[in-house]
Write a protein that binds this ligand. Structure first.
Ligand code: ADP
Ligand code: MG
Length: 476
């Protein structure tokens, strides 16, 4: 009979598959099986600190539970026990937390082997010589098309005239359209031209984590000095600063310091500055004070040139008709275009003796049908409960608030958005909706619904919230 603890490595293995490599390494290296309680119904795991416990419980509870019940099917809840780790291992984890960007684009970092370099000032802040850049993103392999031309040109201009011309440069677009690529290309070109420059690429999430560590260790001055000494600061996905007030505060100071000293700042985001809900006005106006450029979706012709460039670089042989078909079908973003080419390459490699025919291409393309929900098109198979849950999560409120009588602005707005969903997506009548919302009058519901309908046309923040809910409900 295996001991109960013996299943734990399997749980860890399973959990690893559910989380990103960097999250797993950062948060679960020091997590272990502690004991089983309540006749097998409760599994207790050991964690190194109260902070860890709170963090993993709020971020990964669902994943942990799913992995646990797979191997401990009798368990109905998971508990935590704080066990302080030995010093050395603790340092390892701090490092993992800071050095691994929390993005899915992981790559082999090449630490610069420089024996004479002083120790890093803090284990969670990478050495000065580690710029964190991925060398694969360059201007040379960035295909300039009409939809990204301005962004690409401004990015190149920034390298030429750093800190003065466009500062900050703020690049925004939907996912997969080349923001990270351009951001890192600026860094790589700068490193090439000005080897003595202190260049740092940092995903916003990593910046937040580092800041939390520095707060915990009461080393905020070190954190600030570290960032104030940078010549070119590249922060990716700044939308993650949303709602993170203390990070916003320190970033505001760093931003001002660098800016006053003519150091270059480049930021990327999935939205333009003014649509960043939860970022204070003083930061938004800083973001707007330099140059704001967007990258839009590539048109058919642009997609064809991107495909042709990539096919040549990958040394693939694909006939023009198939290339055209890919460009026609995949209209979402460049990441998906790359995905299709990678799949074709794998297929050709795995089965070199078989022709790559139209049927093969169709089966690859079929997994890329466009799932993006639109505002007008209702999502199929929705139920009222799921809608309420999504809206409550987005507004950080409870179900009873929304059903109840609270007149708080945030709750009232969430409730009206819920009315809109019940009418627009679930096709329920105003009186029925009124009944479901604690017996409200149908005119109240109608008024709320109409108000949202109007706001959707004029207020991007409201549209953003509604789309967020739709994406959540559509599972994308
Ligand atoms: P984002 O950061 O906007 O989500 P990325 O920069 O990660 O997008 O781009 C997704 C993928 O598409 C990357 O592999 C990137 O190299 C590639 N890519 C995007 N735009 C271009 C382009 N214009 N030319 C070449 N590759 C591109
Ligand atoms: Mg990106």
């Amino acid at each position: 009979m295996p001991a109960l603890k013996d299943y734990w490595p399997l749980v860890m293995e399973d959990l690893k598959g559910r989380l990103s490599a960097s999250n797993f390494k950062a948060w679960f290296s020091l997590v272990d099986f502690a004991e089983i309680q309540e006749s097998g119904r409760k599994l207790v795991i050991s964690v190194p600190s109260d902070f860890h416990k709170k963090y993993i419980d709020s971020k990964f509870r669902k994943e942990i539970f799913a992995s646990v019940v797979k191997y401990y099917p009798q368990v109905i809840h998971v508990g935590y026990k704080i066990v302080k780790p030995a010093e050395t291992k603790n340092q390892e984890i701090q490092q993992a937390l800071s050095l691994e960007p929390l993005s899915d684009d992981s790559f082999e970092k090449q630490p610069i082997d420089n024996a004479s370099e002083p120790e890093p000032i803090s284990s969670y802040l990478p050495k000065k010589s580690l710029n964190n850049l991925n060398p694969k993103y360059t201007f040379e392999n960035f295909v300039v098309t009409r939809n990204n031309e301005l962004a690409a040109n401004v990015a190149m201009a920034v390298v030429e005239d750093m800190g003065k011309l466009y500062n900050p440069l703020f690049i925004h677009s939907k996912v997969g359209l080349g923001k990270t690529h351009l951001l890192e290309a600026i860094g790589n070109k700068t490193v090439e031209k000005r080897p003595t420059f202190n260049v740092k690429y940092i995903p916003a999430e990593t910046f937040i984590n580092q800041w939390i560590m520095s707060l915990q260790r009461k080393e905020t001055d070190k954190f600030r000095d570290y960032y104030n000494s940078i010549d070119l600061l590249l922060i990716d996905d700044i939308q993650f600063f949303t709602g993170k007030e203390s990070t916003q505060e320190i970033f505001f100071h760093i931003f001002n310091y660098l800016h006053q000293n003519n150091k270059q700042i480049v930021l990327t985001s999935d939205k333009p500055p003014q649509e960043l809900i939860g970022i204070p006005e003083r930061l938004v106006s800083r973001f707007n004070s330099g140059m704001v450029v967007d990258i839009t979706k590539p048109e058919l012709e642009d997609r064809l040139s991107i495909l042709q460039d990539k096919i040549a670089r990958m040394q693939l042989i694909i006939d023009d008709k198939k290339v055209f078909k890919i460009a026609e079908k995949i209209s979402t973003n460049v990441r998906d275009l790359e995905g299709v080419l990678n799949k074709i390459q794998a297929r050709i490699k795995l089965m070199p003796h078989l022709d790559f025919d139209d049927r093969d291409l169709d089966s690859i393309l079929s997994s890329y049908c466009n799932h993006e929900p639109t505002l007008d098109e209702p999502i199929k198979g929705l139920n009222p409960e799921a809608v309420l849950q999504a809206i409550c999560r987005i507004f950080s409120i409870q179900k009873q608030d929304i059903i109840g009588n609270s007149r708080e602005k945030n709750v009232a707005l969430a409730r009206q958005i819920a009315f809109w969903f019940y009418k627009h997506e679930l096709d329920l009548s105003y009186p029925v909706i009124g009944r479901l919302f604690g017996g409200r009058n149908h005119t109240t519901v109608m008024h709320g619904h109409n108000k949202i309908e109007e706001l959707l046309k004029t207020n991007p923040k409201i549209k953003d919230k509604v789309m967020m809910a739709k994406k959540m409900l559509a599972g994308s």
